[in-house]
Design a binder for this molecule. Structure first.
Ligand SMILES: Nc1ncnc2c1ncn2[C@@H]1O[C@H](COP(=O)(O)OP(=O)(O)OP(=O)(O)O)[C@@H](O)[C@H]1O
Ligand SMILES: [Mg+2]
Length: 269
C-alpha cells in the first residue's frame, strides 16, 4: 500500500439482503490529507460506497461481499460501525441528522463521546465554534429549531469533536441556499487545509465538487466509469454534457447513453 494513501477501496462488491448487487468492483484511493469527490446520478451507489466504509451498511442488511477496504493499512470492512468510528472514520449522512431535542452545544458534546474518548474538551468546543461562528449564538437553542444550514454545521461540528481521521460527507449541500452552500464549503475546505482531515465527498453539485476536490471518481450503476483530476474532468466532454449541463443534448440520460448518443451523432454527421 502506498504510504500516502489513508483509505483504499480495492475492487469492492456490495450486496443488500444477500441478493441485490449494488457495487460491482469499486476501487477508490483517498490520499493522506486530501479531498476526493465521488460523483454520480441518483441511485448510482454513492451513499452505499460511504456506508460500506463507515460500516453503516450493516445496519441496512448490506455487506461487502468481495474486495477489501483498508484504512491506514488495516482491513476494516468486517468491523462494526462502532469499531470503525473508534478508528476515527465519521460519515456525515444524507439529510443532516441532529438530535432535535438537544441544544446545539449538547449536540456538539455528544460528538466527543463518539470515539469513546471521554468528555468534550473546552479547546475542542472552542475550535468548532471558531470554524462555525454562527453556532456560537445558537448554542443554547434546541437543534430542531435552527435552520438547515445551521443543522448541517452542527452535524459537521459534532464529527469534529471526535477528532476524526477521515470524514465522509454525503451531499452536504442538499437543500441549502446557494450562499449557505458557499459558506459551508469554505469551512470544509479550511478544515481540510488547517486540520489536515482527509475528506471523501459525495455531491450532486458537480461543479462545486470539482472546485473543492482536486480528484474525483464517477460512479454509474455501481461501477466506476471514470476517475481523474478535477481539472481534466472539467474539460471532459462527457462530464460537461451530463453533469455540468453545458450541452445541447437536452434531457439528461445515463452517462453511457450520453456517450452512445455522441458516437451516433458523430457517425450520422
Ligand atoms: N437498504 C437498501 N436495501 C436495498 N437496496 C438499497 C438499499 N439502499 C440502497 N439500495 C439501492 O442501491 C442503489 C444505490 O443506492 P445509493 O443510495 O447508494 O445511491 P446514491 O448514489 O447515493 O443515490 P442518491 O443520489 O439518490 O442519494 C439503488 O438502486 C438503491 O435502490
Ligand atoms: Mg445517496
Amino acid at each position: 500500500m502506498n504510504n500516502g494513501t489513508i483509505l483504499k477501496l480495492n475492487n469492492i462488491e456490495v450486496m443488500y439482503h444477500e441478493v441485490i448487487l449494488v457495487l460491482k468492483g469499486v476501487s477508490i484511493d483517498v490520499p493522506q490529507g486530501g479531498i476526493v469527490a465521488l460523483l454520480g446520478a441518483n441511485g448510482a451507489g454513492k451513499s452505499t460506497t460511504l456506508k460500506s466504509i463507515s460500516g453503516l451498511l450493516k445496519h441496512e442488511d448490506g455487506e461487502v461481499t468481495d474486495g477489501s477496504i483498508e484504512f491506514m493499512g488495516e482491513k476494516i470492512h468486517h468491523l462494526s460501525a462502532e469499531e470503525i468510528a473508534k478508528k476515527g472514520i465519521f460519515q456525515i449522512i444524507e439529510g443532516r441528522r441532529v438530535f432535535e431535542h438537544l441544544t446545539v452545544e449538547e449536540n456538539l458534546r455528544v460528538g466527543a463521546h463518539l470515539r469513546g474518548t471521554g468528555s468534550a474538551s473546552k479547546e475542542r468546543l472552542e475550535m468548532v465554534y471558531r470554524y462555525f461562528p454562527r453556532l456560537v449564538d445558537r448554542k443554547n437553542v434546541l437543534a430542531g429549531f435552527i435552520s438547515g444550514g445551521e443543522q448541517q454545521m452542527t452535524v459537521i461540528g459534532r464529527a469534529m469533536m471526535a477528532q476524526p481521521k477521515l470524514m465522509l460527507l454525503d451531499e452536504p449541500s442538499m437543500g441549502l441556499a446557494p450562499l449557505l452552500i458557499k459558506e459551508i464549503f469554505e469551512i470544509i475546505k479550511k478544515l481540510n487545509k488547517e486540520e489536515k482531515i482527509p475528506l471523501l465527498l459525495v455531491e450532486q453539485n458537480v461543479k462545486l465538487a470539482l472546485t473543492v476536490a482536486p480528484y474525483a471518481y464517477v460512479l454509474e450503476n455501481g461501477r466506476l466509469v471514470m476517475h481523474d483530476t478535477s481539472e481534466k474532468l472539467k474539460e471532459n466532454p462527457d462530464i460537461r454534457d451530463f453533469y455540468l449541463g453545458l450541452s445541447d443534448i437536452g434531457e439528461r440520460k445515463s452517462f453511457r447513453q450520453v456517450k452512445h448518443y455522441k458516437r451516433r451523432k458523430r457517425w450520422l454527421t
